[in-house]
Design a protein around this ligand. Structure first.
Ligand SMILES: [Zn+2]
Length: 458
């Protein structure tokens, strides 16, 4: 197995660089250099990139053309100017996506992508190679903080590439295996019957690390712990991505795989935004993106430490710039410096999806974690899903923990829900299992009604 890693590092990457002009490793070196420069220098570098992006956007992107005159005569910093632009919601972007495409962008340079649509309609957008390679570089930098290098064998627990036919899927798996040293296990096939087969595959492959959705890694970990099985391979880490990583999940994953759990914060339509360091703090890649945290209703900026709606501006995607893109997560920035020696700014918290945020009868926001916390403290339930259809109408699916179920726990759970949300109606149903969403992710808490009547600027 080390042969594959060696070939990837010493033959395949240099070839990709020469023949395809892939610049990922070049960007990785830039990021490695930047993580050591001072906080002020990082801000300055970011500001210059933001200025160039704004200049490009007002000149070449129809959606931002109306800001051109203002930009030309504006004495304010790029950061202040950016605040004059409206928040870009996904709904607005989906409706007017063509307006965000750079005039004259060559179609053969565009890399199409879309979100999985686990929370509704998929968002389609374009990137260019530069932006994709910058994301890749950010991921490799984050992995390098944990001793993982390009070409190290990886088992990915992932949603199947659904859009592929059988032959394409075979090719995809072959490329993953031999060009990337990655073995793919489907997040949809994690059940008790296949557990032994999966563990055998992992043991034979001898990965240096695992990579997958928090919920999928957690499911695998629970099954292993229930049977007292271990993976039998020393791992540098287990990387959780694409979903909120809850504390109880982190503990189970670490216990089952006997390895550190590393959180990557990224999204298809937001890039690789932040990565956990050796001190367990989340560093944001300020060289790649500019982050703002604003109030969910007024869209006014919040102070570090205050949780609000995250707006992402990708500093490198010039074929389809999305400025102040509302990714759909609630986070807080941090004013702290980290003791790990990396100077990239910190995120204080990542509170999860805005869609996981419930609204109470008196207008308070209640995060989905709250319900999770209650259920974790009751023995009776293996898992659950709560959906807020309307502010006063919810449904709750529960999966019993065999042998530990007490009906009084249902009353406790309902009481907890009403303490937070007020006198709401809750339809309770007991089910055998709760299926993941279309993209293979699992969601505990889903809000279907609008958070407020006052939506951000469209
Ligand atoms: Zn750190």
């Amino acid at each position: 197995m080390p042969v594959t890693g060696f070939l990837i590092r010493h033959v395949q990457w240099p070839l990709m660089e020469r023949l395809k002009e892939n610049r990922t490793r070049h960007y990785l070196r830039e990021l490695q250099h930047a993580q050591k420069v001072s906080h002020e220098q990082l801000l300055d570098r970011q500001s210059q990139k933001l200025g160039r992006l704004l200049q490009h956007a007002v000149q070449n992107v129809p959606a931002y053309a109306s800001f051109a005159a203002d930009w030309d005569h504006s004495p304010v910093t790029p950061e202040r100017f950016l605040q004059r632009l409206p928040v870009l919601t996904k709904t607005h972007f989906r409706q007017y996506a063509d307006e965000y495409l750079t005039k004259g962008a060559l179609s053969n340079k565009l890399i199409g992508n879309r979100t999985g649509g686990s929370t509704g309609e998929p968002t389609r957008f374009y990137l260019d190679r530069l932006a994709v390679e910058r994301y890749e570089a950010a991921r490799w930098l984050g992995l390098s903080w944990h001793g993982i290098q390009i070409g190290d064998p990886c088992v990915m627990i992932w949603g199947s590439p659904l859009e592929l036919n059988q032959q394409q899927a075979r090719q995809y798996r072959w490329k993953e295996r031999w060009l990337k040293n990655r073995l793919l296990l489907s997040a949809y096939e994690l059940d008790e019957r296949r557990l032994e087969t999966h563990l055998t595959l992992i043991q034979r492959f001898r990965p240096a690390y695992l990579y997958g959705y928090a919920s999928a890694l957690h499911t695998l970990a629970e099954m292993m712990l229930n049977r007292g099985w271990t993976v039998g391979v020393p791992l540098k880490g287990v990387v959780s991505t694409a979903e909120s990583l809850h504390e109880h999940q982190r503990k189970k994953i670490a216990e089952a795989f006997l390895a550190p759990v590393i959180n990557e914060y990224g999204a298809r339509d937001g890039g690789i935004i932040a990565f956990q360091c050796s001190e367990d703090r989340m560093h944001a890649f300020s060289e790649n993106c500019y982050l703002e945290v604003v109030d969910p209703i007024t869209s006014l900026p919040l102070y570090p430490g205050e949780s609000g709606v995250l707006l992402v501006t990708d500093l490198h995607n010039t074929v389809m710039p999305r400025l102040r893109y509302q990714l759909g997560d609630m986070v807080a920035l941090s004013p702290d410096a980290c003791s790990c020696g990396i100077n990239y700014p910190l995120l204080e918290t990542i509170d999860g999806r805005e869609d996981d945020m419930f609204i109470s009868q008196n207008g308070q926001y209640v995060h989905g974690h709250y319900f999770n916390h209650i259920v974790r403290n009751l023995e009776s339930f293996r898992t659950f899903q709560i959906i807020q259809h309307e502010p006063q109408s919810l449904s709750l699916k529960l999966v019993k923990e065999p042998g530990r179920f007490h009906s009084a726990d249902e009353d406790r759970l309902l009481a907890g829900i009403r303490t937070a949300l007020g006198e709401v109606s809750v339809q309770v149903a007991y089910v055998d299992q709760i299926a993941p969403t279309g993209s293979g992710k699992f969601r505990y808490a889903i809000r279907e009604c609008p958070l407020t009547s006052a939506q951000p600027m469209e």
